[in-house]
Design a binder for this molecule. Structure first.
Ligand SMILES: Cc1ncc(COP(=O)(O)O)c(C=O)c1O
Length: 433
């Protein structure tokens, strides 16, 4: 291809994938294409959008903020928008979390958490505690540190020489139980691999990182709450920090404001992004306990956390975050979430015995169907077939290989959500042909 500058699209194989659909307008749960097509945004545009596209309260707040302070660096400066966002988040975050560090997106929120955890142990005089533990099937982003703690896959393969080594332990993937149990007979035995590791190596381990209750890109794997509770207890018992990556699960996705809340667990560090701005502008945040933060404070400048991005704490993004959290207060957001969760459960129940279905699972606003496939995994040939089928039916769903899932904006109506589930039910026959 010669001449001109072209857009290189993410996660796209230009030689095989269909050309991108040009979206001219986004409103509520719909994406309107320039060619007249209308798509239900069944995955909240990569899990970011909460209250529907173009919510007037967010749109007007960011327009006003852009005219007031568009951007200013956060080193040596502060501003009203970021302070307001801090105050709004304080109302919903666990009290034990005392400091918030802003960054740009989910990956940078994770990078910050990892770096904070490593430097924390150096600052408190335990420099040997430098290893990170991550779960099988994990996904934490595409930057090098975030990839290192993610599961090895075709996504990370080309960079394997660059990734830092991590200890990997079992995830609570009940459908494909790593220790051969069934949920009825198990005592969260999958957590024993973490227990053994921490018992043996806690003197070298800085932190355990998890996606609490829901591993997203790894296959929409839903964990029993007892697994997260066990991980928390093991980290506390062995003096290891727990990092909860709530980039996907935060802001109501799992039914409560944060997934950790469902398990009654408070991590030492929490990563937020995606829904942080209602899904309108990029922003990341890493929140930590005062124990972690205070280790960075002192006369000695080498204790400083030398990390920052140009757009850290951007005022317009922060204002979007404040406006989004006000919507939680003013609109019946958790009623909408409960409605989505109920419809998901009913509709999944109706298809769980279909011969094409391996397992159905849901948590809060996420519903997933793991399909039988001879080639399970992201590269499954079912993926392009299903993607096309859904787009042709007016729904944006991006199956993770043989796993179809829905994660809609909270403003989806029951009719619209049932329409999406109708298409999923129809697609099952396609999987058998
Ligand atoms: C749990 C989790 N962490 C981190 C990320 C990375 O976020 P971003 O794509 O904004 O860098 C993602 C993205 O899907 C995610 O699901």
């Amino acid at each position: 291809m010669s001449g001109g500058l072209r857009i290189w699209h993410p996660f796209t194989q230009e030689a095989l994938d269909p050309p991108p659909i040009r979206i001219a307008r986004a409103q509520g749960v719909y994406l309107y294409a320039g060619d007249g097509r209308r798509l239900i945004d069944g995955i909240s545009s990569w899990w970011v959008n909460l209250h529907g596209h173009g919510h007037p309260a967010i749109v007007s707040a960011i327009a006003e903020q852009a005219a007031k302070v568009d951007h200013v660096l956060l080193a040596g400066f502060t501003h009203e928008a970021v302070e307001e966002l801090r105050a709004s988040l304080q109302k919903i975050l666990p009290n034990l979390l005392s400091h918030i560090f802003f960054s740009d997106d989910g990956s940078t929120a994770v990078e910050v958490a990892l770096k904070m955890a490593l430097q924390y142990w150096q600052n408190v005089g335990r420099p040997k505690k430098q290893a990170i533990v991550a779960l099988d099937h994990a996904y934490h982003g595409d930057t090098v540190g975030a990839m290192s703690v993610g599961a090895e896959s075709a996504f990370t393969d080309p960079f394997r020489n660059l990734l830092f080594p991590v200890h990997r332990v079992h995830s609570a993937y009940c459908y494909r139980c790593p220790v051969g149990k069934t949920r009825a007979s198990c005592d969260i035995d999958c957590a024993q691999s973490l227990e053994r590791l921490l018992t043996e190596k806690h003197g070298q381990i800085a932190a355990v990182i998890v996606e609490p209750l829901l591993q997203g890109a790894g296959g929409m794997i839903v964990h029993p709450v007892e697994f997260l509770q066990r991980v928390r207890r093991l980290c506390s018992d062995h003096n290891v920090l727990l990092i909860a990556d709530e980039v996907l699960t935060g802001f109501g996705r799992c039914g409560k404001m944060f997934a950790c809340e469902l398990a009654g667990v408070v991590p030492d560090l929490m990563c937020l992004s995606k829904g942080l701005t209602g899904g309108v502008l990029p922003m990341g945040a890493t929140i930590c306990t005062s124990q972690v933060h205070d280790a960075f404070v002192g006369d000695d400048r080498t204790r400083t956390f030398y990390h920052g991005h140009s757009y850290t704490g951007n005022p317009i993004a922060a204002t979007a975050g404040v406006a989004s959290l006000k919507i939680f207060e003013r609109e019946p957001v958790f009623d909408r979430i409960a409605m989505i969760a109920r419809i998901h459960r009913e509709r999944l129940d109706a298809i769980r015995n279909h011969p094409a279905v391996g397992e159905v699972r849901s948590i809060g606003t996420m519903a997933a169907v793991e399909l039988h496939a001879d080639d399970p995994g992201y590269a499954s040939k079912l993926r392009p077939k299903l993607y096309k089928f859904f787009i042709d039916s007016g729904v944006l769903l991006r199956p993770l290989g043989n796993i179809v899932y829905v994660l809609p904006p909270y403003v989806i109506s029951p009719d619209e959500l049932n329409y999406v589930h109708d298409r999923i039910a129809e697609s099952l026959d396609l999987c058998q042909s």
